[in-house]
Design a protein around this ligand. Structure first.
Ligand SMILES: [Zn+2]
Length: 181
């Protein structure tokens, strides 16, 4: 039995609900690919309301030179515009990587009902890993958190990106050494 104040783990979901979440997470993964094609860390997010996507975003931190250009923030802004309202009550946010403190805070402020994420983030995850801001009952709004949807795919996308980046940097270093000589 799932307790109300606990994170919902993917393994505990009924198959049909799990598949539903996987369908939307796939859309978020496709947005992560867009980020990657721009040389950005591949993270994507969608907001679903009434069975359709009303907001989407992907990491654009380098492209826009903005510390706030996280996938979730853009998705929230689009959803606000779509609904003509700041409140996202009844909406679900899907993101490939666990929200950071900024995005977890923004999601609380948006009143989103459910947060679904793929991979956990051991370095800055604030929806269950380092902290669990969206489910902290001291805030005036709480969101339900579901984690682990397509977690491997979401995590692999990130680790492959960083592996390629390290290889590229290594190659550049070698090239610079050759040029120096
Ligand atoms: Zn963030």
């Amino acid at each position: 039995m799932q307790k109300e104040n606990e994170i919902v783990e993917v393994e505990t979901l009924p198959l049909q609900e799990k598949e539903q979440h996987e369908y939307w997470m796939q859309k978020a993964l496709e947005l992560a690919d867009k980020a990657e094609s721009l040389g950005e860390v591949p993270i994507g997010a969608v907001i679903v309301f009434d069975g359709k996507i009303i907001g989407q975003g992907y990491n654009l931190r380098e492209t826009e030179k903005r510390a706030l250009a996280h996938a979730e923030i853009q998705a929230i802004e689009e959803a606000n515009q779509y609904l003509g309202a700041w409140r996202l009550e009844g909406a679900t946010l899907y993101v490939t990587l666990e929200p950071c403190p900024m995005c977890a805070g923004a999601l609380i402020n948006s009143r989103v009902e459910t947060i679904v994420y793929g991979a956990s983030d051991i370095k800055s995850g604030c929806a269950g890993t380092l902290m669990n801001l969206p489910m902290d009952s001291r805030f005036n709004h709480e969101a339900r958190v579901i984690r682990g949807i397509k977690a491997k795919e979401c995590g692999d996308k990130l680790s492959t990106f960083f592996k390629k980046l390290r290889e590229k940097r290594k190659k550049e270093k070698v090239m610079n050494r050759i040029v120096d000589k």
